[in-house]
Ligand binder design. Structure first.
Ligand SMILES: Cc1ncc(C[n+]2csc(CCOP(=O)(O)OP(=O)(O)O)c2C)c(N)n1
Length: 589
C-alpha cells in the first residue's frame, strides 16, 4: 500500500464519501490501474463513482472473462489483478476465473455487488450466496454490509491476495454499503492475527539442503510457478549454474529458467520430453522449488522418482508432503531461500569433492543421451500445416520474448513444448484448472499490463468459440493482440484421448460450422486471415506482427495429429508413448 501525502489524507478524512467512492479510493491507493468488469443493478453506485474516477475500467463481454483477464494481468505483471461483477449471475460468472487463479496461485481481487443487507436471505432479485459459493473458490472472502468496513476490508483483501502463497480474494459488498456514507480513514497497517507468512526459511535446513546438493550424484531441479510468483528467476539460474544440474520447469514455471539456458531440459510430465521424464525417474535428488507434485507431472505417484531424495521448498507449508514426502522441507519465500542457499553452496564449494564433478559429468552424459535419443522436435508438413510447425514459426518470430497466452488443449501442450520463453511472465495459461476459454481474455489482461509487448493468444477452435466476444474488447480498447486459432476441426485433446483410449470412437468432438474468420474479424472491425498451407504461414505471421491493431488468424492444421510424448493416465512417467501407435479406424457417431 502506498502512503498517501498528509494533505490528501486529511482531505480524505474530512470528506464524507460513499462506500463506492471509498472503494475506488482504496483501489487507487493500492496502485490499481485497471478493473476488468461488467456492470449491473447493485453495482450501479460503483459505476456512478467510476464515471468521474481516473481508474480505467475495461468492459469485457462476459464476467468469466473479467476474472480471466484480471488473472492474465496479474500473471503478466506480478501485480494484483482486479475484476468486478454485479450480484447473482454476474458474481457466479466470475467463479471459473477465481478457481483458476486459486489453482495457479494468482493474486486477484474480485469485487462483487450484493443485494441490500436487509434483503439478504429473502431470495431477492439477483441474490446469490456469493460468499458461500466462493468460499472454496478463493484464498479468502468477505461479505461487507457496513460502509464503515469497506476500506479495511479492501486493503486486507489486497494484502491477503498478494502475500504468502498468492491467490484470489473476493469482496462482496451490499448495495447499501456502496451507497452509504462514511469518512475514509486511510489504512496503513494490516493486522490479521492467524495469518502469518513465513518467508525466511530455516537456516539449519537451508545449510543441510546445500550439503545434500553437493553430495548428490544425480541432482535435478524441478521448478514451478512459485519461482515466477516470488521473482526468484535470477536466484534459480545462479543455483542451477552453481551445482551445474539439469532443470525442468513445469507448465507454470516455464520461463523461470530461460528456455535457451543449456541446463534447461524441458517441461516434465504427461507431455514432457523423454529426457525430462527419464531424468526425474533416474535422479537421486529432486530439488523441488515452488511446485506441488501435480499428477500431470508425477504420473503414477508411487512410481515417481523412485531413487530420489526430495528437498522441497515452498511458501505454503500445506504443500510440503502433500503428494510426495519431503526428506528435507523448507518453508519460505523462494527468492530469499534460494539466495541463502546459493551463499552456502558457494561457501561449501571448495570442500565439494572432485568426485562430485566427476559424477555430474556422468549424469550430464546420460541426460544428453536421452535428449539425443528422443529429442523434442517439431514435425513439418509440406501440403498441410502441422500444429508443431505453427508453434515453431511463432517461436521463430517471437524469439523467446513475446507474451503467449494460451488456451487449453493440444495447442497448449505444443506451445509449451516448442515456444521458448527466455524470461518469466511471458507464458500465460490456465495450468491447474485447465480451463478452456482462458487464452483470449488472458491476453486482454496481459496486453493491458504490457501495452508495448507483442502478445499472442494461441487458442484452439473449441476454446476460441468460448471466448469470441472478447474480440470486441480488443477492438474497443485498441489492444493489438495477435489471436492465432490452431484449427484442427476438433476438440483435439479430447479426440486424442478418444482415439488412444476409447478405440477411436469419436463422440461429441467434431467442430463443424466454424465461422469464416475473415468475415468474423471484419464484423468486429479488425483484420483477419485464413492460412491453409505451410507456404503461407511465415508471411501471414509477419503480416500479423506488422499490423498495428489486433489480428485474427485461423490456421488450418492437420486434423489428426496427436501430442507426444504422452504418459497415459495412471502410468509412470518413464512409461511414455513416444510416437503414434498403430492407427485404429475412426468411428464417428
Ligand atoms: C471449460 C472446459 N471445458 C472442457 C474442458 C475439457 N477439454 C480439455 S481440452 C479440450 C479440447 C479443446 O479443444 P480445442 O479448443 O479445439 O483445442 P485443441 O485441443 O484442439 O488444441 C476439452 C474439451 C476444459 N478443459 N475446459
Amino acid at each position: 500500500m502506498e502512503d498517501c501525502d498528509k494533505e490528501g489524507e486529511l482531505a480524505a478524512m474530512s470528506n464524507l464519501m460513499s462506500g463506492a467512492r471509498i472503494l475506488l479510493e482504496c483501489l487507487a491507493r493500492e496502485n490499481v490501474e485497471v478493473i476488468f468488469g461488467y456492470p449491473g443493478g447493485v453495482t450501479l453506485p460503483l459505476y456512478d463513482a467510476l464515471y468521474e474516477h481516473p481508474i480505467r475500467h475495461v468492459l469485457v463481454r462476459h464476467e468469466e472473462n473479467a476474472s480471466f483477464a484480471a488473472s492474465g494481468y496479474a500473471r503478466a505483471s506480478g501485480r494484483v489483478g482486479v475484476c468486478c461483477a454485479t450480484s447473482g449471475p454476474g458474481a457466479t460468472n466470475l467463479t471459473t476465473g477465481l478457481v483458476d487463479a486459486m489453482m495457479d496461485s494468482i493474486p486477484v481481487v474480485a469485487i462483487t455487488g450484493q443485494v441490500t443487507s436487509k434483503m439478504i436471505g429473502s431470495d431477492a432479485f439477483q441474490e446469490a450466496d456469493t460468499f458461500g459459493i466462493m468460499r472454496p473458490a478463493t484464498k479468502h472472502n468477505y461479505l461487507v454490509r457496513d460502509v464503515n468496513d469497506v476500506a479495511r476490508v479492501v486493503h486486507e483483501a489486497f494484502y491477503i491476495a498478494s502475500t504468502g502463497r498468492p491467490g484470489p480474494v473476493l469482496v462482496d459488498i451490499t448495495k447499501d454499503a456502496l451507497q452509504g456514507q462514511a469518512h475514509y480513514t486511510p489504512v496503513h497497517e494490516i493486522h490479521l492475527p492467524g495469518y502469518k507468512v513465513v518467508t525466511d526459511g530455516h537456516a539449519g535446513q537451508i545449510r543441510r539442503a546445500a550439503q545434500m546438493m553437493w553430495e548428490a550424484q544425480r541432482p535435478m531441479v524441478y521448478a514451478g510457478g512459485g519461482i515466477i510468483h516470488s521473482g526468484a528467476h535470477n536466484e534459480l539460474r545462479e543455483l542451477v549454474e552453481l551445482i551445474d544440474c539439469p532443470a525442468v520447469c513445469t507448465l507454470m514455471g516455464l520461463g523461470g529458467l530461460p528456455g535457451s539456458h543449456p541446463n534447461f531440459v524441458s517441461l516434465p510430465g504427461m507431455h514432457g520430453s523423454y529426457a525430462a521424464n527419464m531424468g526425474l525417474t533416474e535422479c537421486d535428488l529432486i530439488i523441488a522449488l515452488g511446485v506441488r507434485f501435480d499428477d500431470r507431472v508425477t504420473g503414477r505417484l508411487s512410481a515417481f522418482a523412485p531413487h530420489a531424495k526430495v528437498i522441497h521448498v515452498d511458501i505454503d507449508p500445506a504443500e510440503i508432503g502433500k503428494n510426495r514426502a519431503a526428506d528435507l522441507p523448507i518453508v519460505g519465500d523462494l527468492k530469499r531461500v534460494i539466495a541463502k542457499l546459493n551463499k552456502i553452496l558457494k561457501e561449501l564449494q571448495p570442500q565439494a569433492s572432485e568426485q562430485s564433478a566427476e559424477a555430474r559429468k556422468e549424469w550430464w552424459q546420460r541426460v544428453h543421451g536421452w535428449q539425443a535419443e528422443h529429442p523434442l522436435e517439431p514435425v513439418f508438413g509440406t501440403d498441410e500445416i502441422k500444429p508443431q510447425q505453427l508453434m515453431y514459426e511463432i517461436n521463430r518470430i517471437s524469439d523467446g520474448k513475446a507474451i503467449v497466452s494460451s488456451d487449453v488443449g493440444q495447442h497448449q501442450m505444443w506451445a509449451a513444448q516448442f515456444i521458448r520463453f527466455d524470461a518469466p511472465r511471458l507464458w500465460i495459461n490456465s495450468g491447474g484448472l485447465g480451463s478452456m476459454g482462458f487464452g483470449l481474455p488472458g491476453a486482454v489482461g496481459a496486453q493491458m499490463a504490457n501495452p508495448d509487448a507483442t502478445v499472442f493468444a494461441i487458442v484452439g477452435d473449441g476454446g476460441f468459440q468460448m471466448s469470441v466476444p472478447e474480440l470486441a474488447t480488443l477492438v474497443n480498447c485498441g489492444l493489438p493482440v495477435k489471436v492465432i486459432v490452431m484449427n484442427n476441426g476438433y476438440l483435439g485433446m479430447v479426440r486424442q484421448w478418444q482415439e488412444l483410449f476409447y478405440n477411436n470412437r469419436l463422440c461429441a468432438v467434431e467442430l463443424s460450422s466454424f465461422p469464416n474468420v475473415e468475415l468474423l474479424a471484419a464484423a468486429y472491425g479488425m483484420k483477419g486471415r485464413i492460412v491453409r498451407t505451410p507456404a503461407e504461414l511465415r508471411s501471414a505471421l509477419k503480416e500479423a506482427m506488422e499490423e498495428p491493431g489486433p489480428y485474427l488468424m485461423d490456421v488450418r492444421v492437420s486434423q489428426y495429429e496427436n501430442v507426444y510424448p504422452m504418459v497415459p493416465a495412471g502410468a509412470a512417467i518413464n512409461e511414455m508413448v513416444l510416437a503414434p501407435p498403430q492407427p485404429v479406424p475412426v468411428a464417428t457417431k
